[in-house]
Write a protein that binds this ligand. Structure first.
Ligand code: ATP
Length: 195
C-alpha cells in the first residue's frame, strides 16, 4: 500500500484537501486529531504530561489545552519533550490503523514532516501551499486567534518555497475550486502508480 504524507503550513488547507481525497474513498489519518484523542485517553501519556507540565495539564480529567499552549509558547524545549511523549504513541496507533486499511493508497495528514526530517516515512509527499496573508486570515477566522499568534507558529514552520522543492506533489490552495481540481489529478496519478 502506498503511504502518502499530506503536509503544509498552518492554515494552508491540509484538512480541507484531505477531506476531498477522503470523498474519493481514500483513507485519511489525521495525526494531530489522533494525538489529541490519545492525550485524553492514554493513561501513560497523561501521567507523563502531568510529570512534565504539572497538575494543571488536566482539568476534570480533560487535557487543559490552553494551559499547555501557554507553557509551550514560552519554552519550545517543552514542545520537544511533549512530542517525545506523544509521537511514539501516535506512531504505534497509526501502524495499527494502517493494518486495517484496504485501499490502493492512504494519506497521513501531518503538519510537520520536513521540520522533523520525517520524509523517509512516506512513499510520496503532497504539500498544500497558499499565500501567507490568506492563511493568516483563515486561521484568525477559524480559531479566533490573533495575527501575532499565527505568525509565531509560522515562524517555527519551514517556508512554502522549501516544501515546494522537496515535495512530490504541490497543491496550490489559494482558490478552493482550483485546489479540488488538482486533488482529482493527483488522485488519478497515484491510482495509476498503485496498479
Ligand atoms: P492547521 O494547520 O491549522 O490545522 P489546515 O492546513 O489543516 O490548518 P484547514 O483547517 O483545512 O487548514 O483550513 C483552514 C481554514 O481555512 C478552514 O476554516 C478552512 O475551511 C478554510 N479554507 C481552506 N481552504 C480554503 C480556500 N481555498 N479558500 C477559503 N477558505 C479555505
Amino acid at each position: 500500500m502506498i503511504i502518502i504524507g499530506l503536509t503544509g503550513g498552518i492554515g494552508s488547507g491540509k484538512t480541507t484537501i484531505g477531506q476531498r481525497f477522503a470523498s474519493f474513498g481514500v483513507p485519511v489519518y489525521i495525526a494531530d486529531d489522533e494525538a489529541k484523542t490519545l492525550m485524553n485517553r492514554s493513561k501513560v501519556i497523561k501521567r507523563k504530561l502531568i510529570a512534565l507540565f504539572g497538575p494543571l495539564a488536566y482539568v476534570d480529567d480533560k487535557l487543559n489545552r490552553p494551559y499547555l499552549a501557554s507553557q509551550i509558547f514560552n519554552d519550545t524545549s517543552l514542545l520537544s519533550k511533549m512530542n517525545a511523549i506523544v509521537h511514539p504513541k501516535v506512531g504505534a496507533h497509526f501502524r495499527r490503523w494502517l493494518k486495517k486499511q484496504d485501499a490502493p493508497y492512504i494519506i497521513k495528514e501531518v503538519a510537520i514532516i520536513f521540520e522533523n526530517n520525517l520524509e523517509h516515512q512516506y512513499d510520496y509527499i503532497i504539500s498544500v501551499v497558499a499565500d501567507k496573508e490568506l492563511r493568516i486570515e483563515r486561521v484568525i477566522r477559524r480559531d479566533n486567534s490573533s495575527k501575532e499568534r499565527v505568525e509565531s507558529i509560522m515562524r517555527n514552520q519551514l517556508p512554502d518555497s522549501y516544501k515546494i522543492e522537496k515535495s512530490d506533489y504541490v497543491i496550490y490552495n489559494n482558490d478552493l475550486e482550483l485546489a479540488y481540481f488538482q486533488v482529482e489529478e493527483i488522485h488519478k496519478e497515484i491510482l495509476k502508480m498503485a496498479k
